[in-house]
Write a protein that binds this ligand. Structure first.
Ligand code: C2E
Ligand code: MG
Ligand code: MG
Length: 582
């Protein structure tokens, strides 16, 4: 090993601590024999040594173990506690004591030298080695620090990570309780981040997350803890004295700060977030519970339309419990076969003939009675139970029309939800349902709500084309509520437009609404769609729709949704077979 002092060090700065002047002289003499430039400061007491150490920048300290005012180990510990940079410490002693040497090394000394063994060469080598050893120790400490940071830091944004968050949340609750503070947990999830990632790639997504992290940092105050939990999810822990108002202000600031579009690599990306808030001790004093509360509130904010804050409340808790109960009951209902198929006629606007029926599912709940889809379909959709329910609906509708249980009605329309549309086997399911029931494809129509179509346009297109290729017609349901553009309409393989019932609500009273309804119907006709108007409740509405050019009408004016048997009875009762009164 090269035993010279590293060349970049011009003058070696040493602190020599020894109460014995003769010993000091001997050490200095030995040191001076090297070719190294030296600046040596001498002190005779521990007190003076600690003061000098605190003042000066030394490359090494030569510290006599036996000092009049303090134990050598104690001096070493004190120096060690204040040691900031690169100072190595060598203990000097008159006794050859292995146990003591070990103690000194453990207390932070880099070497232990016997005074009687000191030779110039030996001493300089010891100083050099001590400095090197110290350098290595410092590097090790640094890399440990870095490892700890990595374990606690999110490498993308530099914010604290989930591991740190979990620990901090657990530690913060007793602290808040002890000081009588309120602890607010805000969970923030970006809206539509998946869309950014999918459409612009992960690099852009990452850049966006960094900007978001910076903005959130600007808004949070000192003392607040901001973490990235993963993906596009962030958490903020804030201690509050004046409770909900301060939390509300913070949430507002967060949403406001995020609202400005983000500019990355020439792209202008819209950004917004949904925030869920839970408070300790109000909502819970348990870390896991508190997190769940904030999480539920955040999901609620998403469901309510995103870009907003929702606070956990007992009411939300009750709603969640109701949903959990509904999910449980739905599973039982699937096993027991508690669903029923109702059908509502669609009549020809001019002749009154029933040209189709729409299949509308009902749930016969053992305690709550007959439930309309609005009471359970959202839970079924969220939990995936819509798939078995939807499959039952599709098979039952096909079987009913095949078996003549719908009288002589030539076509049945079945609704498909967003989740069903995403089912990779949906085309296969439709095909099998037709085959099993031995019915022609033209006897089936599939209805898809406009907003669902627009949200998944590209995937929908492929699936719908495959369904259309089977010979099954496709209807856009609730048309006019999903903001689809005419360009989309041209693109999709649709044959039927079902004008949403909301367009009829104020007809004929409001002239404007009447004109809007007419424009919608005429536009759809111009594009050669079959036009069905839903929610026709009065004779005047029926007449207007016919005059405006609608092909089919559906609504309470003609019939409510009803079971097969009732439908057949009703159809048979008309003077002209299957013709309804217009
Ligand atoms: P939708 O497909 O738009 O069905 C029409 C809804 O309007 C039905 O409600 C029907 O009872 C109601 N309706 C019919 N005529 C009138 C009227 O004159 N006035 C008023 N105010 N309402 C009328 P329902 O049966 O409660 O179904 C609600 C929604 O649930 C349906 O809307 C459909 O989106 C969904 N749905 C129903 N059955 C199924 C199903 O089997 N699968 C799926 N995925 N969704 C279904
Ligand atoms: Mg429908
Ligand atoms: Mg509809």
């Amino acid at each position: 090993m090269d035993e010279r002092i590293p060349s970049e060090i011009e003058t070696l700065r040493l602190l020599l601590v020894d109460d014995d002047e003769v010993d000091r002289m001997a050490v200095i003499r030995a040191l001076r024999q090297s070719h190294q430039l030296l600046r040596i400061e001498e002190t005779a007491t521990a007190e003076a040594a600690i003061a000098a150490f605190a003042r000066g920048q030394f490359d090494a300290v030569l510290l006599d173990y036996r000092l009049p005012d303090m134990d050598g180990l104690e001096v070493l510990r004190r120096m060690n506690a204040r040691r900031s940079g690169s100072t190595a410490i060598l203990m000097l002693t008159g006794m050859d004591d292995d146990a003591l040497a070990t103690q000194c090394i453990e207390a932070g000394a880099q070497d232990f030298l016997l005074k009687q063994e000191i030779t110039p060469r030996h001493l300089m080598r010891a100083v050099t080695h001590a400095r090197m050893r110290h350098g290595i120790e410092m590097a090790l400490i640094e890399s440990h620090e870095r490892l700890r940071e990595l374990a606690e830091q999110d490498p993308l944004t530099g914010l604290a990570n989930r591991h740190f968050f979990d620990q901090t949340l657990r530690a913060s609750i007793p602290r808040a309780t002890r000081y009588g503070l309120e602890l607010a947990l805000l969970l923030l999830d970006l809206d539509n981040f998946k869309f950014i990632n999918d459409s612009h790639g992960h690099d852009i997504g990452d850049l966006m997350l960094r900007v978001v992290a910076e903005r959130l940092l600007e808004v949070t105050r000192e003392g607040d803890i901001l973490c990235r939990l993963g993906g596009d999810e962030f958490a903020i822990l804030a201690f509050q004295r004046n409770g909900e108002e301060a939390v509300h202000a913070l949430a507002q600031r967060l949403l406001q700060k995020l609202s400005e579009p983000i500019l990355v690599e020439g792209l202008t990306l819209p950004v917004s977030a949904s925030i869920g808030v839970a408070l300790c001790p109000d909502n819970s004093e348990d870390a896991d519970e508190l997190f769940k509360c904030a999480d539920l509130a955040m999901y609620r904010a998403k469901r309510d339309g995103r870009n907003q804050t929702h606070y956990f409340s007992d009411e939300l808790h009750r709603q969640v419990m109701r949903r959990v109960q509904t999910e449980h009951d739905l599973r039982t209902a699937l096993q027991h076969g508690d669903f029923e198929m109702f059908y509502q006629p669609q009549v020809d606007a001019t002749s009154g003939a029933v040209l189709a029926v729409e299949a509308l599912v009902r749930w016969r709940h053992p305690e709550r009675g007959l439930l309309a889809p609005g009471m359970f379909l959202d839970v079924a959709e969220d939990t995936g139970l819509i798939e078995p329910i939807g499959a039952w609906v599709l098979e039952t509708a096909c079987a009913d029309i095949a078996a003549g249980r719908l009288g002589s009605v030539p076509r049945v329309a079945v609704n498909l939800s967003a989740r069903q549309l995403r089912d990779p086997d949906i085309v296969g399911r439709v095909e099998r349902a037709l085959r099993t029931a031995h019915i022609e494809a033209k006897m089936l129509e599939i209805e898809i709500t406009e907003s669902v179509l627009i949200a998944n346009l590209e995937e929908s297109l492929v699936v719908l084309e495959a369904i259309r290729d089977l010979g099954v017609s496709i209807a856009i349901d609730d048309f006019g509520t999903g903001y689809s553009s005419l360009a989309y309409l041209k693109l999709l393989p649709i044959s039927t437009l079902k004008v949403d019932k909301s367009f009829l609500a104020q007809v004929p009273e409001k002239e404007k609404d009447k004109r809007l309804l007419r424009a919608l119907i005429q536009m759809a006709r111009t594009m050669s769609f079959r036009v069905v108007v839903e929610g026709v409740e009065t004779a005047i509405q029926a007449e207007l729709c016919r005059d405006f050019g609608a092909d089919l009408l559906q609504g309470f004016r003609f019939a409510r949704p009803m079971p097969c048997a009732e439908l057949c009875r009703m159809l048979a009762s008309f003077p002209q077979a299957s013709r309804m009164l217009l």
